[in-house]
Design a protein around this ligand. Structure first.
Ligand code: ZN
Length: 110
């Protein structure tokens, strides 16, 4: 016989997030946590130039970054030479440019 508390425990194991199947999960280049891509900014490498993909549909290799100061700082300080998702190295100057752009694009979010 299962007690009520065991049943309640099993119930709690149901994932709280409803959109695991529907929403694409991406890994943040800053904190390396997986999250719903709609919560992140997409950055793309086009001809070696890294830009923010505002529409989320630009061609090319893309990476994702939370628009949070914490993640942007980690991204800036990252020792990663090449980002696999972008198939591209990003030097510090470019990273700082990306961070400024993400901050600018996210001004309304915070
Ligand atoms: Zn993050």
């Amino acid at each position: 016989m299962f007690s009520d508390s065991a049943a309640a425990h099993a119930y709690r194991k149901v994932p709280q997030r409803r959109c695991i199947a529907k929403c694409a999960q991406r890994t943040c280049l800053g904190c390396h946590e997986r999250d719903d891509k709609s919560r992140m900014r997409r950055i793309v490498s086009i001809g070696g130039m890294i830009t923010i993909d505002y529409k989320g549909s630009a061609p090319g290799r893309g990476g994702y970054l939370h628009p949070h100061a914490r993640c942007l700082e980690k991204f800036a300080a990252s020792k990663t030479k090449e980002f696999r998702s972008l198939k591209s190295g990003i030097d510090r100057a470019q990273r700082l440019r990306i961070i400024e752009a993400v901050r600018g694009a996210s001004a309304l979010d915070s």
